[in-house]
Structure formats: C-alpha cells, structure tokens
Design a protein. Structure first.
Length: 353
C-alpha cells in the first residue's frame, strides 16, 4: 500500500485476512458525489455513468479526481466518442453516456428531442441517443456538424397567437415566420435554425379565429366565396350565418386554398414530423414558403356542412401535395368544444398519406 494514492489508502482499500485488497470499480464510482443526477450501472468490467450532459459530468468527475489526488488516465476508446476514464490500479473503464429521455406524445417528444440535441452537441454517441435516426436526419438536412457545438434553445413555451385577417379578397395569417413558429431553435453565433415539431399521423398547422368574418354583413359573403362555401348550407350553423353566395369558381377557390395552406405552414422552418417510432420526416421550408398544389379539381363533393344529428361543423376535404409529400387535408370550420355549434375557428389538419 506504500505506493497507492492517499485517497485510495483510506477509502478504497479494505483488509481481508490481513491482506489489503481494493474495492470494485462500481463501489469506487458510486461513492463519488457528482453534484447532479446520474445513473451508475455496472457493465461487465466497466461502469457506465449516465447523465443529461455527459461531457459536463465527465469534466466534473475529472476535477474531483484531481482534487483528491487520484491517479487516472483519460483515454480514447471505441466505447465512447468522448473517451473513457481508467483509474490506476482498478480494472475496467468508466464510460460516460447520455441519459435517455423516455416518453410518448407530442410534449414528451419535444422534451426528448431537446435532450437528444443537447447530448448530441455535447459529443454523445448516436447509438446512445433516444431519437438517433431523427438526429441524423436533422444533421443531414441542415448540414451541421456535431463538433460545432450548437446551442439548443427550447421555444415551445412561447405559444404566440396566430390570428387571421381578411381584406375582402384574401386571408392573411400573422406570426408566420420560423423564429415565431419554432419549438426548438439551434443557434450558433448569428446563425439560427428553427425546428417545428409535428407528432402523430395527423396534426394541425393552423387554429385561427374566423367567426367574426362570418358574422359580419360586410365580410360574410366574400369570406364564404373565398372558400367556395355555400351560404345557404352554412345556415346550418344558424340563420345568422346565411348568405346569398354565387356559384363557386372552383379554379379560383383552389388557388385560394393553396395559398392559404402555404401561409399556414409558415416560412423559414425545418419540419420534424415523427409519425411513429420508425416513420419520420425532416425537411426545410424556405423563406418563400412551401410548394402547395391540390390534387385534381374541387367540386361540391369536397364540402361538408353542419346538419342536425349528423355533424356540427363544416369542412373542405381534399388531397394536396405539400413540398413533394401527399396529405389528406381537412379545412374545418368548427367550435371550440364538442357542444359548440358555431364556426368559431378555422382549423387545418394534415394527414400524411
């Protein structure tokens, strides 16, 4: 024991039948106060230390060893791109890994991806990341490098309201750019990428108040004709929603809806759509917006209207190509709750084919 470090001499040796022996690597690591939440597990001769930010945890661990005069080697290893720690005199390696975020649903996916991106730019191995295939797709789509150490900022709590405006000819949508629509922003110096996260097979790209335009005598008819809606059938919401509309010019209506979809999706964002665990899409929408085209011609058969005992909403249902992907598209006019029988909101739902 004469050559062992002081820290070992008092804490990590014990006597068995009068012979000094060293405790295991697992006992050594678990005795350390990391000052944060970590998961320590034994992996054959090695010990894995998992945390939210593995590089930060490793640096903290190294500082602890240095302060306690423990001899160690920080070496490169195929076990981790961040290297491993080997304590002199104890067999096995200490491997630092990211702590995977488990969960399901849109909010959990947002949290998962946030943690994944943080760990990725901390140097974590892709095999240790929850959504590794999505991270690879983001890296490829944005052409960014792990070594660049991008800052990851959670933006989902912004929830900035998107409102509709109608000038008698067209509808416009506020808060339409990536810096507002972003759920997660990746930032380095003056460069930013805005990630808009979509979860599940179908999702909404707009939920905007439209009732005021349908109630006003000055805008009701023009608003209906913009969408190709039948003013008589819209009276299914109540007599105050009646309007004497002209026969729809479906070619014009088609162009109106294509432009509305383009505005609703926004500009300058990277869409990350996790349809299922094994089915996902990552693609950019540039500053000019999406490429949108409705498949085929619109006819009266594409329209649904409120009908007592049948439905409480109106909708336009069609197939559209958006940025080379095909979607079943539903433009809905409905209330806020199941019992609401007025067209309070315009909601646009997309379901990838």
């Amino acid at each position: 024991m004469g050559n062992c470090p002081p820290f070992f001499r008092y804490k990590y040796y014990e006597k068995y039948n009068g012979i000094a022996i060293m405790t295991s690597l697992l006992e050594f690591v678990t005795s350390i106060d990391f000052g944060e939440e970590v998961q320590v597990t034994e992996n054959k001769k090695d010990v894995d230390v998992k945390s939210k930010r593995r590089d930060v945890t490793k640096d903290r661990f190294v500082n602890i060893l240095q302060k306690k005069n423990v001899r160690f080697t920080d070496k490169k290893s195929s076990k981790s791109s961040g290297g491993v720690i080997q304590i002199d005199g104890i067999s096995g390696d200490i491997v630092f890994k990211p702590l995977k975020a488990k969960g399901a649903g849109g909010v959990s996916f947002e949290k998962e991806l946030m943690v994944d991106l943080e760990q990725f730019f901390d140097g974590a191995d892709l095999k240790d990341i929850q959504n590794k295939s999505i991270i690879e797709a983001i890296q490829k789509t944005l052409k960014i490098s792990q070594s660049d150490k991008w800052q990851v900022v959670h933006e989902g709590s912004k929830n900035q309201k998107r409102s509709l405006a109608f000038n008698g000819t067209t509808f416009n949508i506020s808060n339409n750019t990536g810096n507002v629509l972003s759920d997660i922003t990746i930032r380095k110096n003056q460069k930013e990428y805005y990630l808009s996260l979509k979860m599940s097979a179908a999702y909404y790209i707009l939920n905007g108040a439209i009732k005021q335009f349908f109630l006003s005598d000055s805008t009701r008819t023009k608003a209906y004709e913009f969408f190709g809606l039948n003013g008589t059938a819209m009276a299914g919401f109540g007599s105050k929603y009646f309007a004497a509309t002209k026969a729809p010019k479906y070619n014009t209506v088609k162009k109106n809806l294509e432009e509305l979809l383009k505005k609703a999706y926004g500009t300058g964002i990277t869409v990350v759509h996790k349809k299922s665990e094994s089915n996902f899409y990552v693609f950019n929408i540039g500053p000019e917006g999406s490429k949108v085209s409705i498949n085929g011609n619109l006819t009266a058969a594409n329209y649904r209207y409120p009908e007592k005992g049948v439905r409480k909403y109106a909708a336009i249902v069609f197939s559209a190509m958006i940025d080379n992907y095909e979607y079943k598209t539903v433009v809905e006019f409905r209330g806020t709750t199941g019992g609401d029988t007025e067209p309070t909101y315009l909601r646009i739902n997309l379901q990838k084919r």
